[in-house]
Every structure is written in structure tokens, then in C-alpha cells.
Write a protein that binds this ligand. Structure first.
Ligand SMILES: [Zn+2]
Length: 174
């Protein structure tokens, strides 16, 4: 009786180990595929005069409801990703509008002079980061905003992005 139970247990363990190996391989495959597809992102302005390639994954995917983003986008908010500045390769030209945030800190908003698309933003106090208007990405399927800024000026008819961290203004620094 007990030896039969032992055989059954060994059999179950073998099957479980095999299943786990299959599951592990499948997970690695998924991670590998996702990593590969996220490694390079491309995008462009509306007319295509300016385009970019990013060899990095987004550090942050955010929504900004500030009035200046509303004005510049002509819409309810900016959807942005931040990426390491040195991972961005560009082709074409953008003009820079030197904006200021509420705190008076500089915000360099870069747009195409042909079609007017806002594409990139640089914040001089954060030289290591490039902010990309997420709508200019060729593939936006993987985007999931996890943080929202300036919710105090959000349009009341914009639904809350469930699960994202929300800040009335900028997130507290430090
Ligand atoms: Zn353009």
C-alpha cells in the first residue's frame, strides 16, 4: 500500500516538475518577447518630417492635466512617456518653445514647424530625461499610464484612470 502511494507521489512530482519546466519556459518566452518588442520604440510627428527611435523602455508613463499641456496639445491632457535622453535618436528638426511651469522652472516644448505636432519635451532641471508625447509613438498598444499630474486642473469629463497615482500638482520631489 505504502509503496503504491510512493510510486504515485513520485509520478505526480515528475509530472509537476515537467509542467513547471514548461510553464517556466513559457514565462521566459513571454518575458523575452515583451523585452524585445519594448527595446526599440519609434514615432514621428504628423507629417513625418521629424521622427525618432528610442532604444529603451519607458521609465514612466504619465498623464499631465496642467493648463499648459492642455493648451499645447489642444486637448484635455498630455500623455507622456519619459525615457533616458541618451537612448533617443532623432531625424529632422523641431522648434523649441521655452515654456515655464507653475513653479517658474523651464519646460522646453519641442514641436514640428511643418505640421505643428508637439513631440518632445525637455526639462532643463532633468537633463537625463526626454519626455515624449505618447500619441506620436507608432505603437501605443503597450501604454498604461501609472501616474497623473495636475489633477486639480483636469477636465471634469475626463474619466479617472483607475489605479494610477494622482497628484493635484507636480508630485512632491525627493
Ligand atoms: Zn511634422
Amino acid at each position: 500500500m505504502s509503496s503504491l502511494l510512493f510510486v504515485r507521489l513520485v509520478g505526480w512530482r515528475k509530472r509537476c516538475a515537467a509542467d513547471c519546466a514548461v510553464l517556466f519556459a513559457a514565462l521566459c518566452g513571454m518575458i523575452g518577447r515583451e523585452g524585445e518588442s519594448m527595446m526599440t520604440m519609434t514615432g514621428q510627428c504628423l507629417c513625418g518630417q521629424f521622427s525618432y527611435t528610442v532604444d529603451a523602455e519607458p521609465q514612466m508613463t504619465a498623464i499631465c492635466h496642467c493648463k499648459n499641456c492642455q493648451r499645447q496639445s489642444g486637448s484635455a491632457y498630455s500623455a507622456l512617456i519619459s525615457v533616458p535622453a541618451d537612448a533617443v535618436t532623432t531625424r529632422g528638426e523641431l522648434k523649441t518653445y521655452h515654456d515655464k511651469g507653475e513653479s517658474g522652472a523651464g519646460v522646453d516644448r519641442k514641436f514640428c514647424t511643418e505640421c505643428g505636432s508637439p513631440v518632445l519635451t525637455h526639462i532643463p532641471s532633468m537633463p537625463g530625461a526626454t519626455f515624449i508625447k505618447a500619441g506620436t509613438l507608432d505603437d501605443t498598444s503597450g501604454l498604461k499610464p501609472t501616474i497623473e499630474f495636475w489633477c486639480q486642473s483636469a477636465q471634469p469629463w475626463v474619466p479617472e484612470n483607475t489605479g494610477a497615482m494622482r497628484f493635484d500638482t507636480n508630485p512632491p520631489s525627493g
